[in-house]
Design a protein around this ligand. Sequence first.
Ligand code: FE
Length: 347
Amino acid sequence: MKQRKSFSAVFSAILILIFLVGCGSPTSSTEKVVNVYTARNYEVDKTLFKQFSEQSGIKVNVIEGKAEELIERIKREGENSTADLFITVDGGILNRAKEQGILQPVESNVVNQQVPKNLRDKENHWIGLSTRARVIVYAKDRVKPGDLSTYEDLASNKWKGKVLVRSSTSLYNQSLVASLIELIGEKKTEEWAKEIVTNMGRTPEGGDRDQVKGIAAGIGDVAIMNTYYVGGMLNSKDPEEVKAAKQVGVFFPNQETTGTHINISGVGLTKYSKNEKSAIKLIEFLTGKEAQETIAKENFEFPVNTQAKLPELLKSWGEFKVQEIDFAKLGVHNKKALEILNKAGWK
Ligand code: FE
């Protein structure tokens, strides 16, 4: 009898020990964290994550990577994935993430109030964080804004040898072309792409910033590019970039049908998030007025929250007619867009 008693005492002691070790382990669920898998690699994002942690006490762990690779990784990890949030640019990719089944709806009245319906997924599988306009940038000393009108017009004879744009490997160009397919049809888009190639001032090279430098160097007079790069260059530490950017103007194609092409960057809550509450808090923070103003001020993107005030530079570019399109279409037409670009000989 005595022996049996001591056996059970030892057994209970072991149980208590297991319990204590369990509580003290570093994976304890009492520490609040959000694990973010992001394809956005901007300084402003890091600033905002830091601010969020300071305000909420919730730690933000960031894993950076290419969008496609992150989607694959989250899929592969399945239920064991540590990812809580997936962040990327491009509406087509956000929609692909949804279709791949790695996301779940975000249920938050705060988010619903802060982000207009057209800037989030129908079922809140992704929420917009910022929009980016792909516009026509022009040489202020050689082109009058009155000479410009639409993307379609850049295909006309008067721009022969004057158009600068980066390569068709850029998703920015693929999504612009996808939007044209949706709005003016395949045939017209194909003709447009062919004419743009004939009008190019050089074989596509470099990124969007290099097109501004190309205009400053007199290689072309107009460029198709995203506005936030102009903001970035005007505020650059590199005096050459500032000098080049000062020589260009921003023009929004405002024609009724095609408007100004905008794309979106956004965030989705992963299907197997283990820190759902904290993750939603971070989405609420990022789409809040203050964070949205920071994105506009420091990264020169357009806020999704209409309460956010625009910085002077963005205001100075003026208002514009936003292209009306379901962002999912950018993904739907991506393959066709690539086909058209290749056929047109857009390098
Ligand atoms: Fe970019």
